[in-house]
Write a protein that binds this ligand. Structure first.
Ligand code: UGA
Length: 441
């Protein structure tokens, strides 16, 4: 089948590469000439395990190509995927400018039946807006075909996106046309393992499903973070509580890890956008507001602990920081807890020596040559002359450090662990001051 994908960002590239891999002819279209040039040279602009190989192999086989030409895109694919960004605007709602620009450009060039698929995370009702934009763009053309608009939200996790696409839990397809539903089912047939993963539903329910999934996951995390903070007041250990509640299959062990807050391009944005959508229809979604507020506060927890440990005397101190990305296996620092922590430390007059296995370039891009930031070549190097170690991302390489050498490098044996990687008792015995999240007083 022929597929066009607008937007060669994270979602567009993963979708394009995976659809090409199972035999489709995929054309990825983007307005950014530098990006398309780079992709045509085989340079992949994002870090995602397995993506480079997949793109290179499918370019070589001729099933995957990149273009700046929207007309070529509209001519090419029966399926027209919109996978452009929907950044939050000032009031937290998703900015649909790019989505609607693509819709208008499809209308401008369309001469035959097309299935327009919303893959971007868009508020409930966007399919209607896309349909209107296309319809309005078509009116003056005689030769236009009919078209359908489908909602097909993505559920990809950064760092595991290829696996998530290739072996989905579910493929949600919102459509009001059963025939289009069957065509979408056929497109996704290669990704069905053992049984059909495609769930056909009405368009608005599909749009809401995307937000509901992310909001539910974010709620689980904020709930655990709230409980972790309470556990500190009660001198209980949240990690024991986590084991205790996770054993109940109705709760489960997934996504109940307390930490220094969730980040990334999805949870913070989507929770805010859903709350905003609720407000627009006159509904006060109280829980969503609380989920976001708890998370914002949680991103300050490590700084508060550091501040408290040093009696507010942070000026002239140096903190070693392990991890910059919002989670392991990505270089993404959007809404990362590391940013709030570094900025608070700088504000208080402290310096940061940071290390991340892949996000150093991204950090350089964001902060340039910040005078109070040194990016170090290894995680051991970051410890040199530091007064304390703070950990914000649970990269595997941080999980089992040589504590003896850690003690020798640090000026004081103090660890602030935002991901509960270590055993407090063991560290206590080894003479460390160890601060986890929710691990007793
Ligand atoms: C999330 C969802 O998990 C995907 O299903 C969804 O498709 C995606 O958003 C999206 O909307 O595109 P992602 O943002 O890549 O994926 O990352 P997650 O693995 O979900 O982690 C998000 C944040 O939650 C990270 O900062 C992580 O450290 C934090 N987290 C996760 C916790 O603090 N505790 C947990 O138990 C789990």
């Amino acid at each position: 089948m022929k597929v066009t994908i607008y937007g060669s960002g994270y979602v567009g590239l993963v979708t394009g590469a995976c659809l090409a891999e199972v035999g489709n002819q995929v054309l990825c279209v983007d307005v950014d000439a530098d990006k398309i040039d780079a992709l045509n040279r085989g340079e992949i602009p994002i870090h995602e395990p397995g993506l480079d190989e997949l793109i290179h192999a499918n370019m070589k086989s001729g099933r995957l190509a990149f273009s700046l030409d929207a007309k070529q895109g509209v001519d090419h694919g029966l399926f027209q995927f919109i996978a452009v960004g929907t950044p939050p605007d000032e009031d937290g709602s998703a900015d649909l400018r790019h989505v609607l620009t693509v819709a208008r450009s499809i209308a401008e060039h369309m001469t035959d039946y097309r299935i327009i698929v919303n893959k971007s995370t868009v508020p409930v009702g966007t399919a209607d807006a896309v349909r209107d934009a296309v319809q309005n763009g078509l009116t003056e053309r005689a030769s236009q075909g009919d078209f359908d608009v489908v909602s097909n939200p993505e559920f990809l996790k950064e760092g595991a996106a290829i696996e998530d696409f290739m072996k989905p839990d579910r493929v949600v397809v919102g459509t009001d046309n059963p025939r289009t539903g069957e065509l979408m089912r056929a497109l996704y047939a290669p990704f069905n393992r053992n049984h059909d993963r495609v769930m056909l539903m009405d368009i608005r329910s599909a749009e809401l499903t995307k937000y509901a999934a992310n909001a539910m996951l974010a709620t689980k995390i904020s709930f655990m973070n709230e409980l972790a903070n309470l556990a500190e007041h009660l001198d209980a250990d949240i990690e024991e509580v986590r084991r205790g509640i996770g054993a109940d299959p109705r709760i489960g062990y997934h996504f109940i890890y307390p930490g220094c807050g969730y980040g990334g391009s999805c949870f913070p944005k989507d929770v805010k956008a859903l709350e905003r959508t609720a407000r627009q229809v006159g509904f006060n979604a109280e829980l969503l507001g609380a989920v976001e507020a708890v998370n914002e506060r949680q991103k300050d927890v490590l700084f508060s602990k550091i501040h408290h440990h040093f009696d507010g005397q942070l000026s002239g101190r140096t903190v070693a920081l392990w991890g910059l990305a919002f989670k392991p296996n990505t270089d993404d620092m959007r809404e990362a807890s590391s940013r709030k922590l570094m900025e608070a430390l700088w504000q208080a007059g402290a310096k940061v020596r940071a290390y991340d296995p892949v996000a150093m370039d991204e950090c350089r891009r964001i902060y340039g040559d910040h005078p109070a930031l040194e990016l170090c070549e290894t995680h051991e190097h970051a410890l040199q002359d530091a007064d304390a170690l703070a950990i914000v991302t649970e990269w595997n390489v941080f999980r089992s450090p040589d504590f003896e050498s850690l003690r020798q490098h640090l000026k004081q044996p103090v660890i602030f662990d935002g991901r509960n990687l270590y055993d407090p008792e063991m560290l206590d015995k080894s003479g460390f001051s160890y601060y986890g999240i929710g691990r007793g007083k």
